[in-house]
Design a protein around this ligand. Structure first.
Ligand code: WQD
Length: 335
């Protein structure tokens, strides 16, 4: 298949491009480089010995999208392009709704125009808001989201459901990611946010490498085992492979709307991650407890049964693998 990957030079997008190429797909990437570096294109080539076709631009640019669909015979789209920092979204709602929602409407309009109706959408566990219970199933209540990032993902999920209701020849997979961390074992690609990391793992890794001074733990008074936030951390390579399985499912079914949690089913606290990271990499991670971060919830982890049963997919890499690969990437790419 020829797959258009929006945000394909970003963290999850680049790992998915590697898996797509290794499964003999052709890959076309559209990325505005707002949270990615163009050098990632060459790293993907180093890993796979294959090229991708890269378009620099923004999904809001309807003319560019029209050009891409006209010039490239696209069979399916994987849409990663979005801002994704929970804390930041609370401060910048307009930017988040513009970038995460309006752009998808432009993409879907062009897909419809060019009769490309197969899409895998990068959604998030944050659509569950503060979950009533854990582990979380796909049938659990969504809504009451606690930040604009999660709300933007909920909005797009609703758009996709309404689109499918209007025309059931669409072929749609909605993947709700839990907390992707880690890096490709080669150390060539990984999570390299521009500026100060908003997410936990890249921040831990940069404190360990000496690039940052001290980790701020956002609250230790949550109703969890040690008071710090609990999340379902999943290796980014496992997550990328989940996208291949979702595309296979769509290709087999030809039409439908499918929703899957992509998580491991296990929750780890912030302090669990810090101590595991220190043990696996034989490093020290300085931290201090500070106030809770607005928009955060206490606990969130997946029941990944449905993806196992319907996609024949499950996470296989351990929290130790995630910590080891995350640090290997930071050290290998330290300036
Ligand atoms: C994890 C835990 C923080 C930073 C992420 C992505 C979002 C979505 C869901 C994919 C929380 C704590 C963090 C720090 C800390 N993923 N923390 N100090 O908020 O769960 O959301 O996963 O769609 O895109 O942002 O991840 O890594 O920011 O926080 O104590 O410096 O670590 O309070 O408990 P989050 P995160």
């Amino acid at each position: 298949m020829k797959v258009l990957v929006t945000g394909g030079l970003g963290y999850i997008g680049s790992h998915t491009c590697v898996e797509l190429l290794q499964e003999n797909n052709e890959v076309v990437v559209l990325d505005n480089l707002s949270n990615a570096k163009v050098e990632v294109k060459d790293k993907i080539k180093q890993i796979t010995n294959k090229d991708i076709k890269f378009y620099l631009g923004d999904m809001i640019d309807e003319e560019l999208l029209d050009k891409i669909f006209t010039e490239e015979k696209i069979d399916a789209v994987i849409d990663f392009a979005a801002y994704k920092a929970v804390g930041e979204s609370v401060q910048k709602p307009i930017e988040y709704y513009t970038n995460n929602v309006s752009t998808v409407l432009v993409l879907l309009k062009q897909m419809k125009k060019h009769n490309v109706k197969r899409i895998v959408f990068s959604s998030s566990a944050t659509v569950y808001g503060d979950p009533e219970h854990v582990p979380i199933k796909e049938t659990d209540k969504t809504g009451n989201t606690t930040n604009p990032y999660g709300t933007s993902k909920l909005f797009v999920e609703q758009i996709l459901k309404d689109l499918y209701k209007s025309d059931n020849t669409w072929d749609i997979a909605i993947l709700r990611y839990f907390n992707p961390i880690g890096a490709h074992p080669s150390g060539l690609i990984g999570e390299a946010p521009n500026g100060i990391p908003a997410n936990l793992m890249p921040y831990i890794a940069k404190v360990a490498s000496g690039e940052l001074e001290c980790l701020s733990v956002f609250g230790n008074d949550y109703p969890t085992k040690d008071g710090t936030g609990v999340r379902d951390y999943i290796h980014v390579v496992d997550l990328a492979k989940g996208h291949i399985k979702a595309l296979d499912k769509l290709q087999k079914e030809k039409s439908g709307l499918y929703i899957y949690n992509l998580g491991t089913g296990t929750g780890y606290s912030v302090l669990d991650l810090v101590t595991t990271f220190e043990k696996v990499n034989n490093v020290k991670v300085n931290y201090k407890i500070v106030e809770r971060r607005p928009g955060d919830i206490a606990e969130c982890f997946a029941d990944p049964t449905k993806a196992k049963e319907e996609l024949n997919w499950q996470a296989t890499l351990s929290i130790e693998d995630m910590c080891r690969d995350a640090y290997h990437f930071i050290i290998k790419n330290k300036k």
